[in-house]
Design a protein around this ligand. Structure first.
Ligand SMILES: [Zn+2]
Length: 149
């Protein structure tokens, strides 16, 4: 029954989101506790994962198909929260990226990407997906740039 317990512990073997079926991004307990109430974090078994699908209502889930919705998570970033920050630790917002695009110069984006690459960057610890903000900022930039034509 429980495939999770007899599989090899291997990176390609991540749990799938019970709502959208996408492969999740494994997250640490520290990430869970930073974005969920302890009672909600406690409902998930390890390894818990973040659902990275833009419009999926699930924030975190585990291999037993238990999940906590975005509505119960705190500090969720874009794109799950369209109004959320891109990089919470450096305060980069979607509006900042739009300003950069309007000016034709990625001043704000470049500053955050440099800061996020520094050894003392805390993006991964503060991000709901437990990852550095750089890829997310770049993803948003590319998307917005394409949308502007
Ligand atoms: Zn999902």
């Amino acid at each position: 029954m429980n495939k999770a317990f007899c599989k090899e512990p291997d990176q390609s073997d991540r749990p799938l989101c019970p709502a959208c079926g996408a492969e999740g991004l494994p997250v640490s307990e520290a990430t869970l506790l930073a974005h969920l109430d302890a009672a909600d974090a406690d409902t998930l078994a390890e390894p818990a994962a973040w659902c990275d699908t833009d419009n999926c209502p699930v924030a975190y889930f585990d291999a037993l198909e238990r999940s906590v919705p975005v509505a119960r998570a705190r500090g969720v970033h874009w794109p799950k929260d369209p109004a959320g920050a891109l990089c919470a630790c450096h305060g980069l917002t979607c509006d900042d990226v739009d300003s950069d695009l309007a000016e034709g110069e990625p001043t704000r984006v470049r500053r955050v990407i440099e800061a996020a690459a520094a050894p003392d960057a805390c993006c991964a610890a503060r991000s709901a997906d437990g990852r550095s903000c750089v890829a997310r900022v770049q993803r948003f930039w590319v998307r917005r740039k394409a949308a502007r034509g």
